[in-house]
Structures are given as C-alpha cells and as structure tokens.
Design a protein around this ligand. Structure first.
Ligand code: ZN
Length: 189
C-alpha cells in the first residue's frame, strides 16, 4: 500500500524512533509499504518517521545511482534498530534532497565512512562498514530515525534563505507528483 509521505513540519518527523521489537506483528507490512511508497516517489531511501511511524526503521534501494556509483547496484536493504558506531574519513560536501522536503537540494557535509550495526527484515544482526554514496544515504536516513533533517546540517545563512520555501512546504504549497501529508493542510485539499 502506498502511504502519504509526511512533509517537513509534521511533528512525527522530529521524533526519535522507538526501538523495534522482534515480535511486532506490523513490521513486515510496514516495510513492504515503505518500499512501495519510496519507489512511487522515486526516492532511494525512506525512514519510518516519513510515513508517520516513530520507529527505528529505514529502507534503502540505492540502485538508481548505479551509473555513477557502481557499488550501489542491487543495494537494497532494510535497517532496523540501526546504530552508527563510528564515523570516520574525510568530511565531504554533497548535494542532498529529501522526499519530506520536496524541490530543495543543498550541500551537506558528512564524514565519508561509517560503521553501523542493525537488524535486517529477518532480525538477523549485522555489523558493517560503508563509504561513498551508500554511507551518505544511510547517514541521511539514520538521521530521520533520530528526528533530524539534512537542512538541520546546513549553515544558518543557507537555512535562512530557505525559510520561505520551507514555510511553503509546511502549507502544502508545493508541486509534487507523490502523495504527501502536510502539517497545515489548506482547506479544500
Ligand atoms: Zn530524507
């Protein structure tokens, strides 16, 4: 089932996700809905908060980047209760976007390498190291699980310049092709 993507300003997006318990009966369906929603919106990652669930889950399918970043080919994974243990390497700026903040792209500085532990959709535990594009996507989605947006990480001048655009997103005054839920719905929408 395709779910509406919650827009910047919705309170759930500021919540740090609860730890997911292995016996939660809704998880399989939620993961399936998250992938479906992400594909329709043409995203490469989606966190539970973005579909209105304050849980520590995110999904990634990085393969649309395969042309420029071959390591992303067939990289499709579910991250449950993820914990980034270490970030290392050089700090790199790269332009990010977000399904919850449509039509805004900004350079975000992040460390290039991460070590992460998580459980997959079968609750098998993993301890892995990533760098490059995959690390970048994981860091972005991981931040959502902690209630953090990429626009929190840009400098205050850039953020000030985005203020009107962010206000418009909160009002739903934005041109998008996928279904969204806005914090301040206009009448008649
Ligand atoms: Zn995002």
């Amino acid at each position: 089932m395709i779910l509406p993507v919650y827009a910047y300003g919705c309170p759930i997006l500021r919540k740090s996700g609860e730890t997911v318990s292995i016996d939660n009966p809704r998880i399989k369906e939620l993961i399936s809905n998250m992938f479906e929603t992400m594909y329709v919106a043409e995203g490469v990652g989606l966190a539970a908060q973005q579909v209105g669930e304050d849980l520590k889950i995110f999904v990634i399918d990085a393969s649309p980047h395969a042309e420029n970043h071959p390591e992303t080919k067939d990289f499709k994974k579910v991250f449950i209760n993820a914990k980034i243990l270490e970030e290392s390497g050089e700090e790199l700026a790269y332009e990010e976007g977000c399904l919850s903040i449509p039509n805004i792209r900004e350079d975000v500085v992040r460390k290039s390498k991460i070590r992460i532990t998580y459980a997959d959709e079968n609750f098998v535990e993993h301890d892995e190291t990533y760098d490059g594009m995959i690390a970048r996507i994981i860091q972005h989605e991981y931040d959502h699980n902690q209630g953090i947006f990429f626009v929190d990480k840009i400098n205050s001048l850039r953020k000030m310049l985005l203020k009107n655009k962010l206000n418009n997103i909160m009002k739903g005054a934005v041109d998008i092709r996928y279904k969204m839920k806005f914090p301040q719905m206009k009448k008649g929408r």
